[in-house]
Ligand binder design. Sequence first.
Ligand code: PMP
Length: 386
Amino acid sequence: MKFPIYLDYASTTPVDQRVYEEMIKYLKYDGIFGNPSSRSHIYGWKAEQAVEKSRKNISNLINSDAREIIFTSGATESNNLAIKGSINFNKTEKLHVISGETEHISVLDTLYNLQENGIELTLLSPNKNGIIHPKRLEEKIKKNTVLVSLMHVNNETGIIQDIESFCKICKSRKILFHVDATQSIGKIPIDVSLIPIDLMSFSSHKIYGPKGVGALFLRRKPPIYFKAQIHGGGQEKNFRSGTLPVHQIVGMGKACAILKDEMNLENKKIKLLRDKFLSGIKEKNNILLNGDPINNIPNILNITFLGIDSKTLIILLKDLAISSGSACSSEKENSSHVLKAMGLNHFLSKSSIRFSIGRFTSKEDISFAINQINNTIKILKENSKY
Ligand code: PMP
């Protein structure tokens, strides 16, 4: 066992050994280190081949055309690119965008930024389980709605939104539909040949690939009026300039290829661990499970420990690496905007912890975590009596 036990896989994952072994072939002089944009020699050609193989691996996971994958620096950039890039500022009327209150901060902040520049924004609120009913989307669509951006799986609660219904509604009104699939890719099968999503963001470091690389799926047919946000050498068909980080792209490609083969098995294993964890915690403590009992992915659990301050608990649980919510927002937020949108008051929100399980979590890790949590809460409660 490795201490502290890592239960924060929704924040980031370690690089898989097989990914690492693939990546190191693309760094040194005796390996493939060329610039994929170098067209005049074999160093460049080999690097380009590696990039294209990875593009194919990524597209295989979502059943898209490889040409529909644009490499970025991660999901934050993909979300920025999808939203800013797809809004056609040339129109004279005020444009309207719809998103959700529980979106990741990289979507919300991008939208607030656009709002400052005149875009009209509607944020849909979820029900108490975090689910946005498709009817809510339908009700909020206006004549000037040009884009809907909604996430697939929430990073704090693990709930799954009904992107298929959202997509149907958008397509029937000819509105662009963007999905932040950062937490769902490699966990839930997504087939863009069946669901006509226009744009979809994802990241490598949530799926056992390296940090600093991600992708945006950009549908080719029908073509989308789309504008680059980073300008320069015209890489990625002019949609995203900058020299491609080949070793990272290769890592992401390998991570996707592994998941294509192993996703189902991995999910089954994680579900068993999640059930064991939850029943072990539930048995001894007064808890609320934040999220939806049916529509959730097995690797994220958001739990409110009634009457316990989560910050204190996290400090006391020093043998566990856990968090109260999103790492990306923790520098900005005092309490979770996701839990607030689901109707949790400040006290409940401050008593909540996210646990996320992953590829390297063992049964022993889970048993240890259950004991630690139960014992620590028992001591906290006993002390609070005096
Ligand atoms: N969207 C979601 C749902 C996320 O969970 C994250 C990462 N926490 C991001 C976007 C941003 O991803 P990245 O770290 O690759 O920028």
